[in-house]
Design a protein around this ligand. Sequence first.
Ligand SMILES: *Cc1c(COP(=O)(O)O)cnc(C)c1O
Length: 388
Amino acid sequence: MAENKYKGFSTRAIHAGEQTDTRAGSTGDVVVPIHLSTTFIWDEPGRAHSEFEYIRSSNPTRNAYEQKLAALEDANYAVAFSSGLAAENALMQVLLRPGDHVVAFDDLYGGTRRLLEEVFQGIDVSYVDLSDSSEFDKAVKENTKLLWIESPTNPMIKVGDIAALARSAHEKGMLVVVDNTFLSPYFQRPLALGADVVVHSSTKYIGGHSDVLGGALVTSDEVLHEKIRAIQNNAGAVLSPFDSYLNIRGLKTLAVRMERHQQNALRIAQFLAGHQKVAKVLYPGLPDNPYHEVVKRQASGFGGMLSFELHGTLEDAKSFISRLRLFTLAESLGGVESLIELPSLMTHVGVDPEVRRSIGISDTLLRVSVGLEDADDLIEDLKYTLDN
Ligand SMILES: *Cc1c(COP(=O)(O)O)cnc(C)c1O
């Protein structure tokens, strides 16, 4: 991967993993083609023609995507799965056995919670507020194998000090996983902060256009990588060639998109923070946000996700949403279009109401994935809807 030598993120995003095909007789594609062939020719029994034999084991388009993603996370390896949860499932199969204990953020992605509780039975999980590192120390047990960090979380947009948590976890012999979906490798590189494995739902910012489902595991640990690769092949939840292509395409513009997501998010957060109908705004890019300093230390940006709470009732929140014109009412995030959702009735409706309240998810808390529209238009829509 000679392209890794380039320091600049965008240069790597565009060139890493791309191999312009100049062999005799080749077409000279500049863009990695979508290789759909499920099987590959052998020169004679026992001698394959190339490194490729069968699509599940290895595919040229998926390989190119994996190399590009690894280069962007400053990692040796990336393995692409058919969804974020398929990637998480593979990782848990590699790392966890019945009787193991896991410490995870209390504000964890709901699908990750379901995997740990319903799919991997016999795993003991403690959900703690990892924005307070001392809470982590208190939760650790004899059999704690894994620390699962998501930073920032959603919908409460809480942040953990990844380096401090990783140091403490490693002292106790645990492995550290960071779900880096929200900031993407453009703003945050958890392996450099001490994480052992990075998880991605590429369905979000990496794909970037709300049109492709995918996930990935990224690590520089060769032994761990081999185990992940074996599960990918043996269990088969691989990313398809077409989806690999879309993710390659997404990564090429990740830097410019993330910058614009962030600019828009900051403008919206500032506007909301100054509006009398808004009770609070959760966005670490605001200087008075409790996580502003830690994000500045461990990441190069604050991302495009924010939450805010309206004064009033659930009915007020629903009415507000129904009158917005530019913000689409939908789950998911990270696409070019701005999305809004009401966690208490949507993404987090499955979370026990008591747990929901203890985390801080109120009936009027709204989560926004700020898109790439003109910030002035987004703010005008919010202002008109709040004022009328
Ligand atoms: C969406 C998401 C996932 C799950 O990914 P899928 O691609 O939907 O399977 C995991 N973690 C976070 C933080 C997510 O936002």
